[in-house]
Design a protein around this ligand. Structure first.
Ligand SMILES: *Cc1c(COP(=O)(O)O)cnc(C)c1O
Length: 406
């Protein structure tokens, strides 16, 4: 095992150097945002009640504008999850009669009932918003079909999911996103382009809003909270759009003036400070896992040396037992609930049983190491996160031991 670890680390040396470059660039950007905003102790405190005049919150939102290159930002602990943040964005902007188009096939599963792909009396569909999608072509954007549809100018909003999430496809790189945004803009200058940026922040040195997205949305208990922010979500983009969303986040007329932070500004700021580092630790764990499992003959996506645009590593086990044992070992090597043995269970909304390993300080956080997969062929594990490379390396090495020793 030690030989295999050594060989793997030798193999990934150059990739780790590239990841270090990304960490350095993004750390410089973040540090500059701190200094530009003269962050001091006063910003670390919070407000209660209505939360008016929260200087920490206002500075955080201005820093997000700087980091994402946008006019406005809404960064709030009142968002309970990524899904809630995305839902608020869609309901904030879309009106009855509008059409929303997904250009990467079906969006993330939790959005099914938000959009009305699965019936729900509170969905966008129930409010008269029409959903359309263009499927990927061999895993990539179908530029021809997208241009053709966008040229008709009856679409209000185009939505794109950067990360693979739980889909069997690659995460779209900033270059690929830029190409499709340009194609859209050639035929339509009006349509609002929104990116689900979950799992994507700080994986590259640019964000979707730097290359043409009007709006980007994500969760604070993934990349950009670095395992320190305990809850929340963010939305960055054009001011008139954030204004609409802010009135849906609070109430029409209230906008983003209020919203108590309960002393959480400290964790959000510290998370933001740590995020370029933590995201790169997670990337290194992915690369290590990809290289090691590939050496043992498993198919991995992405390959260890492929360009990444999210923190998700897929491993194809072709064997239910191996998938389960791998996830169980990841759980056993997590800091919280290491004594708990996860079993496949019937999760609401899923057809097959799912196994989930997550031993996190923040419940459900997937910037902390987690691993899951549906119990169906070809038995793919989705590995994500990891706060420190060393702990991730130990977890992955022990998980490999657990499947190879049977
Ligand atoms: C995590 C995630 C979401 C939102 O999920 P929550 O569990 O509600 O935070 C949406 N899209 C993608 C691609 C994600 O990874």
């Amino acid at each position: 095992m030690n030989k295999l670890i050594q060989k793997t680390e030798k193999q990934v040396e150059d990739i780790f150097k590239q990841i270090d470059e990304i960490e350095l660039t993004n750390t410089e950007r973040v540090l500059k945002a701190f200094s530009n905003h003269k962050i001091s102790e006063a910003h670390l405190n919070g407000t209660t009640g209505y939360g008016y005049g929260d200087v920490g919150r206002e500075a955080i939102e201005s820093m997000f504008c700087e980091l994402f290159g946008t006019e406005e930002a809404l960064v709030r602990t009142q968002f309970i999850s990524g899904t809630h943040t995305i839902s608020t964005t869609l309901f904030g902007i879309l009106r009855p009669g509008d059409i929303v188009l997904s250009i990467n096939g079906k969006p993330y599963d939790t959005l099914d009932e938000v959009i009305g792909i699965r019936e729900n009396p509170s969905s966008l569909k129930a409010f008269g918003v029409t959903y359309e999608q263009i499927d990927l072509k061999e895993g990539l954007f179908d530029l021809e079909a997208i241009k053709e549809r966008a040229s008709k100018k009856d679409i209000k909003m185009i939505i794109v999911q950067r990360s693979r999430g739980y889909a069997f496809r690659k995460a779209f790189t900033i270059e690929e996103l830029e190409e499709v945004f340009k194609a859209i803009r050639e035929v339509n200058s009006e349509v609002i382009i929104m990116v689900d940026n979950c799992y994507g922040e700080f994986v590259d040195i640019k964000e979707p809003t730097h290359i043409g997205a009007d709006i980007a949305v994500g969760s604070l208990i993934k990349n950009i909270g670095a395992g320190i922010a305990p809850t929340g979500g963010y939305i960055v983009g054009k001011k008139h759009l954030i204004d609409l969303i802010s009135d849906r986040y609070s109430a029409p007329g209230l906008g983003k003036e209020g919203g108590a932070t309960f002393g959480l500004n400290r964790q959000i700021l510290q998370g933001l400070f740590m995020a370029p580092h933590t995201v790169c630790q997670a990337l290194k764990i992915d690369v290590f896992a990809s290289a090691m499992l590939e050496q043992l003959g498993y198919e991995t996506y992405p390959k260890y040396d492929e360009k990444r645009s999210d923190i998700v590593q897929m491993i194809k086990f072709n064997d239910a037992d191996k998938l389960i044992k791998f996830c169980q070992a990841i759980q056993a090597n997590s800091p919280i609930d290491s004594h708990v043995v996860p079993e496949p269970w019937d999760m609401p909304g899923y057809e097959d049983k799912v196994i989930m390993a997550s031993g996190a300080f923040t419940a459900g956080s997937s910037i902390e190491i987690s691993c899951d997969g549906p119990i169906r062929p070809p038995y793919i594990a989705y590995l994500q996160g990891g706060l420190t490379y060393a702990s991730g390396k130990i977890a992955v090495a022990n998980a490999v031991k657990n499947i190879e020793n049977k």
